[in-house]
Design a binder for this molecule. Structure first.
Ligand SMILES: C[S@@+](CC[C@H](N)C(=O)[O-])C[C@H]1O[C@@H](n2cnc3c(N)ncnc32)[C@H](O)[C@@H]1O
Length: 254
């Protein structure tokens, strides 16, 4: 089994993943950060621009990686209730961003409830710019994920990516119900790739995009991360997508 975390291809991110990521409390995996930031590199190379949003910033672990992947002039917006496990978590998120070199002008930390946000309010906070990538890692109920998905879809740019945390997690089985219902409501959307788990805490993420962007992103992922492609892929009946994993073995058959 190959446990080497691939590079995002952005030097500052790759240094942070090795030297800083584990020091910031959080739940997202090193592997997911590398692939998600690699996707931001792919977007920048393709001329896709815009801000980045995270719902569920917590202490900033994943947010900092996203911030280090921005092109000049772009911003990251971190949304959280910032009430768990205590109200000081907002200050810790801001301090972690500063400690890891995220410039104040490149980030907005917003203490708010994503369930109460309208697309207009979110876009206003982003200066009217539609996000190119959104990481949804807030409340893990079926209803809250459905709301967060609808909000993200309403504001995303044409080439936008939506990254969903804790998919296929044994502790959150209803999230998959929300995702499948969402995909039925939104025929224009599909799952671009599945980023496999590292541990039960650092769980699987799905990456979603508009169908018209699927091939371009998939070709770029195949070119850059071929060593992490699990050969059988994922079947969304009838749509298929890549499974990216640190463990690409198949079952041994005699
Ligand atoms: C699992 S943690 C996020 C971990 C972080 N994204 C990481 O990768 O390390 C989930 C966060 O979602 C936040 N949250 C839960 N419900 C929310 C809501 N309705 N609006 C905004 N944030 C919410 C919680 O306060 C918590 O900090």
């Amino acid at each position: 089994m190959n446990t080497t975390i691939p590079h995002s291809g952005i030097a500052a991110v790759d240094r942070y993943i090795v030297d800083g990521y584990a020091s910031v409390p959080g739940m997202s995996s090193h592997f997911a950060a590398a692939i998600t930031c690699g996707l931001m590199r792919i977007q920048t190379a393709a001329g896709v621009t815009g801000p980045v949003v995270e719902v569920g910033a917590f202490e900033g672990r994943f947010l900092i990686a996203l911030a280090k992947s921005l092109a000049p002039g772009e911003i990251v917006l971190g949304i959280d209730l910032f009430d768990w496990p205590n109200p000081e978590v907002e200050g810790r998120c801001i301090a972690n961003c500063a400690r890891h070199g995220v410039l104040e002008e490149a980030r907005i930390i917003w203490k708010t409830d994503s369930r109460k946000l309208t697309p207009e309010a979110l876009l206003a906070k982003l200066g009217g710019r539609r996000p190119r990538l959104q990481h949804i890692d807030g409340e893990h109920s079926r209803e809250a994920l459905s709301n967060d998905l609808e909000l993200a879809t309403a504001v995303m740019s044409d080439a936008g990516l939506i990254v969903l945390d804790d998919m296929l997690h044994p502790g959150y089985p209803t999230l998959m119900v929300a995702v499948h219902a969402y995909l039925e409501r939104h025929a224009e959307m599909c799952v671009l790739a599945i980023i496999d788990r590292e541990t039960i805490v650092a769980a699987t993420k799905f990456v979603l995009c508009r169908k018209e962007w699927f091939k371009r992103y998939e070709d770029a992922l195949l070119a850059d991360y071929k060593d992490n492609v699990w050969p059988l892929g994922a079947d969304f009946e009838p749509h298929w997508c890549l499974v990216l994993s640190l463990d690409t073995r198949l079952a041994a058959i005699t």
